[in-house]
Design a protein. Structure first.
Lengths: 120, 644
């Protein structure tokens, strides 16, 4: 059974690129435009969340905190998509309970390597 | 075992090893390690031959050894001639060992003396350069990695096991969990990680690559990576190096030692007659039975102290059974190695060129299975070369590499082992098979056959598609023998092929024959076990069903009429049958067959005990097992029963 991954980003093109890469690799993908939508769409079983940091309504850090407080979904691995300059955000994300991070811009192989690392 | 038998046993093994090394050496003539191995084998055969009074072997091997002494000193090179001569010499030593003839021996020995003489003459003054037969693979290092994830790592969605798996993928790894920080059950917080790991990893990657594995967790984890020397150490040395020796550290150190020992490839072994192992398994089987009775008694007594002991006995018995079974397991590689020679000789005699590629030689299988597997495999490999691989000219004309490849691989799949023989030859011609089968009266002319059904036909008795009967595989013995051999091992066989691209035959075999998974059923006061591998389902049969069948013995399974054997009548068991009988539906060679019983008790995994000599002729019964309460249940052979 294919594992399901949620990609959360306010940029449609980033979501598209991530979705395409993951679908080609055989994963199911669910998209969300920001933290609020991500929380709403967290109904179905989810194996991994890939989230951007800066998003309207609810940012990535806040999303991590919400998920970690959810009794059902608290153990889902969450990987942050960050830019190099945001090292402090990386630490904040980790402290909030993020599993890992990947630095933008990234290649398809790098993304898949991280996904494999976290999902096994 | 007498000393002589021991010597002969050892010599046979050395000869087999010699052959393997020679064939490998033919591929890589400069491999100093292989040359050293050949020399060692010859040296041992000669030395212990003289010791046990096999003077002929010692004298003969002396000449062969001399030649390889020169090869080792790089004064004689490895040629096809030398390999051919040495293989002939190996066969001669083998026949001497079995007390065979001596005629060709002198010729072979003379051949070696000639080679040696030439080499000595050609380079009389040359000093032998030092030989560096260093078996260690270069570039790989061993690391000790201590990894203690942060207590809250689960809450970050981290799975430490995935990280360990990632490490294991980098090379050869052994891991020990350190669970000393694990609190008692009441104060244990399941959301916290209390475990740390010591991993011993031999890899060609460097320290940074290892550190990268822990990229996300490095900040909150304790992580240390240190290279260790890849040589065997005394336990004490390791302990002293570490300064302290709590129980856990010793355990970790032991694992380290084992890891390094495996690296050094010096695992100690003891030779034990197979019979002793059979006895051990037998006794363990009885112990399992007695233990089950003890557990039943203890459970009924309500005595907590007794129950505690019974549980402990249960645990130990389980372990004992597991271990004694694993002792019987052997890697299949030794059997595989034999085939190299077969492929070499066969392709040479047929004027074909073929390589044997082997995978999964370390896959372990029960000794009994391995022993009985050899003949079917030989047959399949012969078949692949004879009928599969084309002549070099044909291959080139078809745009394939000139040398054909026969791939032999083994791997585990649940409680089974899958063995695959794949060739890149001509493949099966479905229409030719069909035509032949019609010709032979195996199928009717208008039969609709799927591709798979057509391929299966080649395993029918009396089938042979080869246009000409060759010396090799057209001896009137068809692949049906192979199929029967595999089925005797409770295995199955699957064939896939594409015309022009080659064929793949997959054998599925149980890991062991000593234990079966069965369904325990009751008829009157008697219990029987039916092998689960045959069974496809169970159903009920009422008085009304029997009336509907006009009193005949059949049942309807999904619209299909299936013959039903009432075991009560068949075995002449007294008593009345219940109003509702249970019918076990089994899949056999003769189609589906039902067995009516009084009651299905349930799943029963059991150690098979052979029946004594008096009952050997009862082919409906494949063995017996003792149930928890001490009664004996017979294991029925569903195939035979359905055919009876």
């Amino acid at each position: 059974v294919a594992k399901t991954i949620m990609t959360v980003d306010d940029s449609a093109s980033v979501r598209q690129m991530v979705s395409f890469t993951l679908r080609t690799a055989g994963y199911e993908v669910v998209e969300a435009a920001d933290g609020v939508q991500a929380v709403e769409r967290l109904r179905a079983p989810m194996h991994l969340i890939l989230t951007d940091l800066n998003m309207p309504r609810m940012d990535g850090i806040e999303l991590v905190k919400r998920v970690r407080q959810d009794p059902v979904h608290k153990y889902i691995p969450i990987v942050l998509l960050t830019t190099e300059s945001q090292d402090s955000k990386k630490q904040a994300g980790r402290a909030a309970g993020a599993t890992g991070w990947i630095v933008k811009p990234f290649q398809a192989e790098q993304l898949l390597a991280v996904v494999k690392k976290v999902l096994g | 075992m007498t000393d002589h038998e021991a010597y002969r046993d050892e010599a046979r093994e050395l000869l087999a090893e010699l052959e393997t090394s020679l064939l490998e050496l033919e591929q890589t003539p400069d491999n100093q390690e292989l040359i050293a191995r050949v020399f060692r084998a010859l040296h041992t055969i000669k030395g212990s031959g003289a010791m046990f009074g096999y003077d002929q072997i010692a004298a003969f091997t002396h000449d062969v050894e001399n030649a390889f002494d020169l090869v080792r000193a790089r004064r004689l090179s490895v040629t096809a001639e030398l390999i051919g001569l040495t293989l002939a010499a190996k066969d001669h030593i083998r026949s001497l060992l079995e007390g065979g003839g001596t005629e060709e021996g002198e010729g072979i020995a003379a051949g070696f003396r000639l080679l040696v003489g030439d080499a000595v003459k050609a380079a009389p003054d040359q000093v032998a350069p030092p030989t560096a037969a260093d078996g260690q693979d270069k570039g790989s290092k061993t690391f000790r990695i201590h990894f203690q994830p942060g207590a809250g790592c689960f809450l970050n969605g981290t799975n430490p096991l995935l990280l360990l798996r990632e490490l294991a993928e980098m090379g050869q790894a052994d891991a020990v969990a350190r669970i000393g920080d694990l609190p008692d059950l009441e104060s244990l917080d399941p959301e916290q990680c209390y475990t740390a790991w010591d991993v011993f990893l031999t890899t060609t990657s460097n320290e940074n690559a290892i550190r990268d594995v822990f990229l996300f967790v490095e900040d909150e984890s304790k992580l240390s990576i240190e290279p260790i020397e890849a040589q065997e150490k005394k336990l004490a040395e390791i302990l002293i190096e570490r300064g302290a020796a709590p129980a856990e550290a010793i355990q970790a150190a032991l694992a380290e030692q084992q890891h390094l020992r495996r690296r050094a490839d010096s695992a100690a072994t003891i030779r034990v007659p197979a019979e002793k192992l059979d006895q051990l398994v037998n006794i363990v089987g009885e112990l399992v039975t007695v233990q089950a009775r003890l557990s039943a008694l203890a459970g009924g007594s309500g005595d907590p102290e007794l129950m505690f002991v019974a549980e402990e006995v249960e645990r130990l018995t389980g372990k004992l059974r597991e271990h004694s079974m694993s002792v019987r397991m052997l890697p299949i590689g030794e059997t595989f190695n034999k085939f190299k020679r077969i492929v070499r000789d066969l392709s040479a005699s047929l004027g074909k060129q073929a390589d044997l590629v082997m995978e999964g030689g370390d896959t372990e299988l029960d000794k009994t299975v391995i022993d009985q597997l050899s003949d079917p495999l030989v047959h399949l490999i012969r078949n692949a070369i004879d009928h599969g691989i084309e002549s070099p000219e044909q291959r080139v004309a078809r745009g394939k590499p000139q040398r054909g490849t026969v791939q032999l691989s083994a791997r585990h799949s649940g409680a089974h082992v899958l063995i695959r023989i794949r060739d890149d030859g001509a493949g099966l011609d479905r229409e030719a098979i069909r035509a032949r089968a019609i010709d032979r009266g195996l199928v009717s002319a208008d039969a609709e056959l799927t591709e798979e059904q057509a391929f299966e036909l080649i395993f029918e008795p009396g089938f042979s598609t080869a246009r000409k009967v060759t010396e090799v595989s057209g001896r009137g013995v068809g692949l049906d023998v192979v199929k029967r051999g595999i089925e005797a091992l409770h295995g199955s066989l699957h064939i896939a092929s594409r015309k022009g691209e080659g064929s793949t035959i997959t054998l599925k075999l149980p890991l062991t024959l000593a234990i079966i998974d069965g369904l325990l059923v009751r008829v009157g006061q008697e219990c029987f076990v039916l092998p689960l591998s045959n069974i496809i389902g169970c159903m009920e049969r009422t008085e009304e069903d029997i009336r509907n069948a006009h009193g005949r013995d059949y049942v309807v399974v999904r619209g299909e009429m299936v013959a039903c054997v009432p075991l009560r009548r068949y075995f002449g068991i007294g008593g009345e049958k219940p109003a509702i009988e249970q019918v076990i539906i089994a899949e056999t060679h003769n189609g589906k067959c039902g067995f009516a019983v009084d009651e299905v008790i349930g799943h029963h995994q059991t150690v098979i005990k052979k029946l004594g000599g008096l009952c050997r002729k009862l082919d409906l019964i494949s063995g017996a097992t003792i149930l928890g309460d001490g009664t004996v249940a017979l294991i029925l052979d569903a195939e035979r029963l359905a055919a009876a």
